[in-house]
Write a protein that binds this ligand. Structure first.
Ligand code: NDP
Length: 337
């Protein structure tokens, strides 16, 4: 039984030294508890925030504590009549092989789910985030131009595909030619621009020749700088994430452009709104699950997973997530299903 703990807090980009792999005895479930054998661990950008000792919407991970994270597990032992051995559940056991639970907060996935890891991606938190952020805050309309960055990740890819279902013209932004080709050929985006290209700003402006009606913000930084002048009157900007800033140790160099941004928001009556998926929308999960389940079964939504085997590879994979090295939803296979 092994686990990965936060060894020290990163300054800037996390390094291998910020994590420590530990081996220990398998935990023993008490009365009313289940022993969960982790099969899949979700790696997500928000985990970078938990490594900081800063007040946010969730508590930081303490140094020497196990890294947090959603997992898909099988019940190995059960002292709880609600759960049977062999059953699959969505849990929050973190970066470790085995975990205990009293059953609270576990989501049952059945005895033989066809794609259990989807509960961490397209049918879980990232898919739900894309759905609510786009539909509730972005309010896409037929014919709108929708722009989304981190376009091949689980949130961005889903945002763009839902946008297509709603009749938008969808422009993705992604890192590199291969991701951009995938966004166009497999996800069906109208265009995808490489943010690493020298003339990225110019290419984005050309692709958005009618301006931008909905910008789904995943990235911030220079991507937002390129988007801002293209926003149309009445544009909606759901603020979902700012991944380009998660490793930042200070504010960007000046000039301070806050007043320019506020002027744009004022004159163009633009609505920008942040959201934290489960805090704001937990009560609407069933609505999402029903629509997404149907779209998947009809082949209307494509989903790509980036599977890495072995818990010991989680730190490296996570460091890569913050540098764009993942291609699709990053999932660690902790144990054989
Ligand atoms: P992704 O797999 O899309 O995230 C990683 C991707 O972000 C990378 O592959 C890379 O894509 C891009 N990226 C990383 N660093 C940079 C950078 N410096 N500049 C530009 N792009 C960069 O993850 P998710 O789909 O899970 O998450 C997407 C966003 O949604 C994140 O910001 C996340 O924090 C946020 N989020 C917010 C939630 C909420 O409740 N508000 C819930 C879930 C997610 P590329 O190579 O294409 O640039």
């Amino acid at each position: 039984n092994s686990r990965i703990v936060l060894a020290s807090r990163p300054v800037g980009a996390p390094t291998q030294g910020n994590f420590r792999l530990e081996t220990m005895a398998k935990p023993v479930p008490a009365n009313g508890e289940v022993l969960l054998r982790g099969v899949y661990l979700s790696l997500d950008p928000y985990m970078r925030g938990r490594m900081n000792d800063a007040k946010s919407y969730a508590e930081p991970v303490a140094v020497d504590d196990v890294m947090v994270g959603a997992t898909v597990c099988q019940v190995e032992k059960s002292n709880n009549p609600e759960f049977e051995v062999g059953e699959w559940v969505l849990a929050y056991t973190g970066w470790q092989e085995y975990g205990l639970s009293d059953g609270e907060g576990l989501l049952k996935l059945g005895k033989a789910p066809t794609a259990p890891s989807y509960a961490l991606g397209i049918m879980g938190m990232p898919g739900f985030t894309a759905y609510m952020g786009l539909l509730d805050i972005g309010q896409p309309k037929q014919g709108d131009t929708l722009v989304v960055a981190a376009a091949t990740g689980p949130v961005g890819a889903t945002v763009g595909q839902i946008g297509k279902l709603k009749g938008c013209r969808v422009i993705g932004i992604a890192g590199g030619e291969e991701k951009c080709r995938y966004a166009k050929e497999i996800l069906g985006f109208d265009e995808c621009i490489d943010h690493k290209a020298e003339d990225f700003e110019q290419q984005l402006a050309t692709a958005c020749d009618n301006g931008i009606d909905v910008y789904f913000e995943n990235v911030g930084g220079k991507v937002f700088d390129a988007v801002q002048p293209l926003l149309n009157t009445g544009a909606r900007v759901p603020i979902c994430g700012l991944i380009s800033q998660y490793n930042a140790t200070s504010l960007p160099e000046g000039p301070d452009r806050t007043s320019m941004l506020m002027g744009t928001l004022l004159v163009k009556r633009i609505k920008m709104q942040g959201f934290i998926i489960f805090d704001d929308y937990a009560h609407r999960y069933n609505e999402f699950a029903q629509d997404m389940g149907q779209w998947l079964s009809e082949g209307k939504i494509q989903y790509k997973e980036h599977l890495v085997k072995g818990l010991e590879n989680a730190p490296g994979a996570f460091i890569g997530l913050l540098e764009g090295k993942n291609f699709g939803k990053l999932v660690i296979q902790i144990n054989q299903p």
